[in-house]
Design a protein around this ligand. Sequence first.
Ligand code: PEP
Ligand code: MG
Length: 906
Amino acid sequence: MVGKRKIVFFFGGGKAEGNAAMRELLGGKGAGLHEMTRIGAPVPPGFTITTEVCTYYYAHHEQYPKGLESDVIAGLGRIEKILGRRFGDAENPLLVSVRSGARESMPGMMDTVLNLGLNDQTVQGLIKRTQNPRFGYDSYRRFVQMYADVVLGLKAKEKIERDPFEEILERKKHASGVGFDTDLGAEDLEEVVFAFKALVKARLGKEFPSDPKEQLWGAIGAVLGSWNNDRAVAYRKLYDIPHTWGTAVTVQAMVFGNLGEKCATGVAFTRNPSTGEKSFYGEFLVNAQGEDVVAGIRTPRPVGELKTVMPRPYAELRKVCKILERRYKDMQDIEFTVEDNKLWMLQTRSGKRTGFAAVRVAVDMVKERIIDKNEALLRVEADHLNQLLRPIFDHKDKEQAAKEGRILAKGLPAGPGAATGRVVFHSEDAVARKESGDQVVLCRTETSPDDIRGMEAAQGILTARGGMTSHAALVARQMGKVCVAGCEALSIDYQARLMRVGETVLHEGDWISVDGSTGEVIQGEIRTLPSEVLQVLIGGDRYARKPRIYQQYAKLMRWADEARKLGVRTNTDQPDQARVAKAFGAEGIGLCRTEHMFFQGDRIQAVREMILSDDESGRRRALAKLLPMQKEDFKGILDIMGGLPVTIRTLDPPLHEFLPNRENEIVELAQVMGVPADRLRDKVKVLQEFNPMLGHRGCRLGISYPEITEMQARAIFEAACELRKEGKDPFPEVMIPLVGSRGELVAQRKIVEQVAHETLASYGVKVRYLIGTMIELPRACLLAGEIAEEAEFFSFGTNDLTQTCLGLSRDDAGKFLPTYVLDGLLAEDPFVSIDREGVGALMRIAITKGRKVRRNLEIGICGEHGGDPKSVAFCHEIGLDYVSCSPFRVPIAKLAAAQASLRKKP
Ligand code: PEP
Ligand code: MG
């Protein structure tokens, strides 16, 4: 017991103490085993040690809670009773597996030990029972190998060293003149066991443990320990899984898929996890055990073939899978074993899937009446939509590659999409090259969980071995990476840093392209094109029949639009970007950064002239050059957005971004301005700031030089009036940045209003418009009531609000912030996801004060957080009207907004 709470839950013989709802306590794997036992599926008996034991273990210097030992012994006793075998018995031994399993599945990241309980005596009992000495020694050598690795920590020393156990095995195969493990006889394997144990003794200076109880506690400790191994910690960081959750440990009777030709082991998905298609999908190996399928050492057969090889277990498997999918109302990922033609279920969980599959399964399940629309929306991770918008290969480029014979081989299409990059063979190299700006494809014989960082860094992953459910494939799909697995034509020489594909040799650093939708491996670089969804969204009229993926995406987006309360706008300053955002369904522009418009072409010259002029008349001359350019841009954007609101921010330039710093630029500008270069040089020096992001920017510039605000207002309203004259309905919202006091807003507002009146009067038209402000300083939040008296809308600039609330420089935080996140001093990078306690509290104050003064005050957010699903949920919670994000994140923000509003409902 931990306190008064039960810590070991038993399942077996048709009864289970746990159920599907107990994931938090029993882990996903444990809860699945208990539930399957309850519904009458064939599950070997066992027990689950709860996640609370794991948290206790870490909180108490790796000690177990009182009572665990007796509960474990009692659990073993119950298994023994059901099966009529005894743990450690030389005549009829019970063997168990010890398996990890957290609340969220972390595929391959933690450890498992199989065949536990074997020693020189019990192996004889196993042989007697099965009448199969070969099987007995094969199980024994697997156990020693796995235990030595997982519990005793005996692994390959360096990245190029081979697994020392595999080397012994290879030598034995060579000496016996056989090609496969399965061809080794009992005596060979007995010798292998002997050699394995000798290796352990030589490397560790102690005997391999032969007492089954000692083995069991060693394995339990190692599984608990694996919660904090490097790869598990890295994985949790990547997927935001709290370190405090802990893993459960399930001890379960072994069943054997390696007992002969009537035995098999496999994994299956109730739907295709890559595309989402409704077809039974998976792989199996005859005469193999446990991890062989996922480890990718042998390439397995498609599960459909099991129907002819073992029809009875296959039929039962299909039946159980159907029941499980209906029960869990989701695509299931299951593990099974067939022992002597009898099916055993070893795992069921919601299957990891690509973004493509997530959308398709969710939409299909609504059609099949398994779930409703709202549930479908909650099933797709908002960020997963990214994958649907990812590039595909340029058809022409690829055809050309085919003509030139550059399509080298075909593997399994394990993670859809198109990737092109430089060949690397090791994860460390993938990370290093990525950091230096290269794009890479990680090429491995097979990947192991240790490769997770390299996989994350790579554009794509290519493996020579392993099936669609190998580790590489699983993890790649989940990360949304392009992956081609099991490309057997590939032979990698890690030491020589090259790989051969037929006649072709590719060295590290050469270009390669992989098509994760077809499995093709192509030599050289291939141009990529926007995704099909994007192509339809932008040039949809060309399609007589829209691709399925687009149709499903569109349906999901429609449902999201119905469910969400938050509006979704976009941040853009170019007409072509505005067009893309509109195609994604942006409901307006939440931020048009006018200074970005000044970076193009020769405009920068005029901007510099304006900044560096000594007096108002000089500035006005420069501004007059800028006015028509700004007006054209505004007109373009206002036109594209139709009657939707377009929030245009007055100039907010960190000045240093605009100052000329090269000598030739200064000389050239001096000529244009008709001033001596020396004077200009001095002026540039005067304008240099120590802290530009907190310097002469935002409305401070408009306060110093009102003529700038005046010119911009004129450009906005002339653009709007001209459109109005053309019968259009432009809707500008003029936004004043970096306001910290009511007075600043009053001054800037006065200029904008005056220009608006004059311009509208001179054109003789009416235009809808609003004048409001950004809220991006703590002072603005605290004085939001006063400010709201002058503002018709607020828009949170959470980039600056984060910078100023936390006192963290936006430009410099990158040097130390990662350490803060790594050390847990900050839960997350506050520039990525809103710091709810600090920045969030200021936002709440501003909203309350602002709406108290102006009940219908429109409030949005236009900092980068507007496209981060967690921040979107927060914005929904605190009652914002809209979020605004970059064009490609609009669909993600829409889905996140829908999810937030659905989750809020009781
Ligand atoms: C902000 O500060 O959040 C913002 C949107 O403005 P900028 O990033 O341009 O400072
Ligand atoms: Mg800002």
